[in-house]
Design a protein around this ligand. Structure first.
Ligand SMILES: [Ca+2]
Ligand SMILES: [Ca+2]
Length: 157
């Protein structure tokens, strides 16, 4: 392989990570690192888009999908575990005003009075796959209540 490969040259073969995409791989961003959209095996990563790759140019990848939070568990101490489908980096402290998300609880009561708190060790800059929110209810629950959590800004992660 030369510095300016000629795609018609028979000696040119696809090498993953060399920064040239001959169309035999999903992407080639010129490295063998994961987590930047194109894996060490030159497969496109979930939630990323790669383009621009050619026999002369590496692919450029960008993160096109924001992580999806999922409530994975509510335990007896009214702690809510939230997990994400990919690792996220928190860009702002969740306990500071203005609120970063809303929590709604629906059930047989006309309304539910509670407050919530994110453990103080979860701060901006944190890399997370999951996190925990403490809910403090001033009443007992039946266990059939439905909890909805909505992040107000897409830039929180
Ligand atoms: Ca290549
Ligand atoms: Ca890569």
């Amino acid at each position: 392989m030369t510095e300016h490969p000629d795609p018609s040259y028979p000696g040119c073969i696809e090498i993953c990570g060399d920064g040239f995409n001959f169309g035999m791989v999903e992407c080639d961003d010129g490295n063998l690192m994961n987590g930047d959209g194109c894996t060490s095996k030159c497969f496109r990563e979930k939630g990323w888009e790669c383009q621009g790759g050619s026999p002369y140019m590496p692919d450029t990848c960008r993160d096109v999908q924001s992580p999806t939070p999922k409530i994975s568990l509510i335990n007896k101490r009214n702690q809510v575990y939230i997990s994400f489908d990919e690792e996220v980096i928190l860009t702002e402290d969740l306990n500071q005003d203005p609120p970063k998300f809303t929590i709604t609880v629906t059930g047989q009561q006309p309304f539910y009075k509670f407050d919530w708190e994110v453990p103080p060790y979860i701060t901006a800059g944190e890399h997370l796959q999951s996190m925990l929110i403490n809910l403090n209810f001033g009443m007992s629950l039946r266990g059939t209540e439905k909890l909805t959590l909505r992040f107000l800004s897409a830039s929180t992660f």
